[in-house]
Design a protein around this ligand. Structure first.
Ligand SMILES: CC(C)(COP(=O)(O)OP(=O)(O)OC[C@H]1O[C@@H](n2cnc3c(N)ncnc32)[C@H](O)[C@@H]1OP(=O)(O)O)[C@@H](O)C(=O)NCCC(=O)NCCS
Length: 307
């Protein structure tokens, strides 16, 4: 068990199939991945298992564990045993002590529970991560808008403008946390104030996107009162709806449809090849809004966390 030596071992690392394989070369070149964060378990020349972490460019600590694979032709017991040994070894070398390890993320088919084959692939990996101390935290829907999908016309109830200043969006995000159904937000609220959670989300994610901030939109009523917001962005891989919300006192009037349509329109005007988004399985109002807006649910993601 060892990390790969460098890009020259990407072919070896990619012998096990997964949707992220095609991004690995670019990720290494850009600094999202490092050879020392990409581990293999080998028997002679045979790749039995692999694990890898992704990070933001410039960060010295991994952001998430997003690749964990075992050779699915091994016996069930061997798959888990070898996976656990590799993950243990790799985590001791890769993850700094003192704070919880970064979350595990796995992209899975939308119907993964219905077919025995996809189910065992996912459950093996979950069993491995559980043996190393994590628990299922949330299952998310992965969504995609495709060009030529009609974007709902504005209802005319709301107008849209960019944030007035640097403080306006974090302030509205703070209000939007009240009553949220999003699992990560709810966990943040058990650990810190709404203002601190919103500021962290803003600073650590939204403010880091290098796409233009004049894509961001505040939704307002005719008298100027803010109702919600949408943050369209590009994350280096895809155009995305990074975040959107309706303020608590305005929920239940379907404003989310106008806000999501506006965010999608901003990105569609950039001639993007698709718009990606995701939301928790349990965030039903949001999942329904994506469906009404023509987003296709092309996959799911499970997230497992160490507490
Ligand atoms: C998800 C969200 C944008 C929905 O906005 P909305 O404009 O209220 O959506 P809708 O008008 O379509 O509401 C549909 C139904 O869900 C209910 N609902 C909406 N948000 C709800 C919430 N957070 N908790 C419980 N019920 C909610 C509405 O009351 C409404 O019920 P009704 O049909 O019985 O009246 C809003 O809840 C929100 O801002 N949440 C926090 C941020 C968030 O989760 N953003 C998405 C991240 S991916």
């Amino acid at each position: 068990m060892r990390p790969i030596a460098g890009r020259e071992e990407l072919d070896l690392f990619s012998r096990l199939p997964y949707v992220l394989n095609e991004e690995l070369a670019d990720d290494l070149a850009q600094g999202h991945r490092r050879p020392e964060w990409m581990w293999v378990a080998l028997l002679g020349n045979r790749l039995l298992a692999r694990a890898a972490w992704w990070s933001r460019v410039g960060s010295d600590t991994p952001f998430n564990l997003d690749i964990l694979d075992v050779d699915d032709s091994l016996s069930a017991a061997e798959r888990v045993k070898i996976g656990v040994r590799l993950l243990h070894t790799a985590m001791s070398a890769t993850v700094p002590g003192g704070s919880p390890p970064p979350e595990y993320s796995r992209f899975i088919p939308p119907d993964w529970r219905d077919k025995a084959a996809t189910r065992s692939v996912v459950e093996d990996r979950m069993a491995i991560v559980e043996h190393v101390g994590a628990r299922l935290f949330v299952e998310r829907l992965r969504l995609e808008w495709r060009p030529r999908t009609p974007i709902p016309e504005p209802s005319g109830r709301l107008a849209f403008r960019p944030p007035r200043d640097r403080a306006e969006l974090p302030a509205l995000m703070t209000q939007a946390l009240d009553g949220t159904l999003d699992a990560h937000s709810r966990r943040d609220l058990t650990r810190m104030s709404a203002a601190a959670a919103a500021t962290r989300h803003y600073e650590d994610e939204l403010a880091r996107y290098t796409s233009p901030r004049d894509w961001w939109r505040i939704a307002v009523l005719p008298d100027g009162e803010p109702v919600g917001f949408v943050v369209p962005a590009h994350n280096g891989y895809n155009a995305i709806i990074a975040y959107l919300a309706v303020l608590p006192r305005h929920r239940g009037h379907g404003y989310i449809d106008d806000i999501l349509a506006e965010g999608t329109r901003v990105l569609a005007e950039q001639d993007v090849s698709r718009v990606r988004a995701s939301t928790d399985l349990g965030n039903l109002p949001m999942a329904n809004a994506f469906r009404r807006a023509g987003y296709v649910n092309f996959g799911r993601e499970i997230k497992m966390a160490w507490s």
